[in-house]
Design a protein around this ligand. Structure first.
Ligand code: FBP
Length: 340
């Protein structure tokens, strides 16, 4: 990527222009998805500004409420959730919303409904908010192909492979939006002077192998056999290769973003303490698994391909192993060996 040339480039590939190009590949499209995405992008820009000025604007710290996960809500959590719910409803393109911050799914007022269900974690990595470490927003989009007066929770409790699009926006040293509409993965960086997300990471492909593993080793004593064996191999390889490096930020968006660009593996396995793992299927596991597969990687639950999972509850959790193709193949082999 010749940044110098790009700096003077005038035909800027903004995310809106990118999605309009994508839309032109679907002659039947009426622009509904483009409108929906522009409202998600608006939400990301708002949250990016709020995160950047959090310390100054007293947006740091607790909101005094507790969310459905039993977690103390941060001010920024509540604010981000409100912004996204309002943006998505006002798009006039959504019918069901599932947010990490809301106990129940939101069924949009029938007069304002559109054909998309959006699942999202408005601000992921909340344990890192107060110390200014990268956090992010994660989202996934399903389409409902039926009478919108007859929608139900089943329309959002679909396997991840039915997702139409997924993405995340990372609020770090720069604000980066990574998205897939099922035709590869592209990354856009917010140019604050333009207020536009500009294409900076076209057609992201994750390396087939990686030198980095990312896991909270603090849970190691409670891990199952295959997970313990895999991490042991990362640290003490027996095939003459060099040990992998451990990198763990504790914000899924940041850990997955690094994994997507550099290769390697991110895992949040089940353990004796949390037999279903920690991360939520609909708005953490599925969107990241969709992106990983679109970038040539894999995503596995310990039992099956993550995107084949059929959720039964909106805040359901699942173990997850995602990243470079060959790394996840190794984990799958360890779990298969255990079945024998
Ligand atoms: P929140 O969405 O509540 O922030 O929780 C998710 C998360 O913070 C992920 O971003 C991260 O990967 C994981 O939890 C970290 O969990 P742990 O602190 O147990 O390692």
């Amino acid at each position: 990527m010749d940044h110098a040339a790009d700096a003077h480039r005038t035909d800027l590939m903004t995310v809106t222009r990118y999605v309009l190009n994508e839309q032109s590949r679907h002659p039947e499209a009426r622009g509904d998805f483009t409108i929906l995405l522009s409202h998600i992008v608006l939400g990301c820009k708002f949250v990016c500004t709020a995160v950047n000025k959090a310390g100054l604007a007293k947006l740091i710290g607790l909101a005094g409420e507790t969310n459905v996960q039993g977690e103390e809500q941060k001010k920024l959590d509540v604010l981000s959730n409100e912004v996204f719910v309002k943006a998505l409803v006002s798009s006039g393109r959504t019918c069901i919303l599932v947010s990490e911050e809301d106990e129940e799914a939101t069924f949009v007022d029938p007069r304002l409904r559109g054909k998309y269900c959006v699942v999202f974690d408005p601000l992921d990595g909340s344990s890192n908010i107060d110390c200014g470490v990268s956090i992010g927003t994660i989202f996934g989009v399903y389409m409902v192909d039926k009478d919108l007066d007859k929608i139900s929770l089943d329309d959002v409790l679909q396997p991840g492979k039915n997702m139409l699009a997924a993405g995340y926006c990372m609020y770090g040293s720069s604000c980066t939006l990574v998205i897939s509409t099922g035709n590869g993965v592209n990354g856009f960086t917010l140019d604050p002077s333009l207020g536009e997300f500009i294409l900076t990471h076209p057609d992201i492909k994750i390396p087939k192998k990686g030198k980095i593993y990312s896991v909270n080793e603090g849970n190691a004593k409670n891990w199952d056999g295959p997970t313990a064996k895999y991490v042991e191999k990362c640290k003490f390889p027996t095939d003459g290769s060099s040990p992998k490096s451990l990198r763990y930020i504790g914000s899924m968006v940041a850990d997955v973003h690094r994994t997507l660009l550099y290769g390697g593996i991110f895992l949040y396995p089940a353990d004796k303490k949390s037999p279903n793992g920690k991360l939520r299927v609909l708005y953490e596991v599925f969107p990241m698994s969709f992106l990983m597969e679109q970038a040539g990687g894999q995503a596995f639950t310990g039992k099956e391909r993550a995107l084949d999972l059929i959720p039964t509850k909106i805040h359901q959790r699942s173990p997850i192993f995602l990243g470079s193709y060959d790394e996840v193949e190794e984990i799958k082999a360890l779990y298969a060996a255990e079945q024998k």
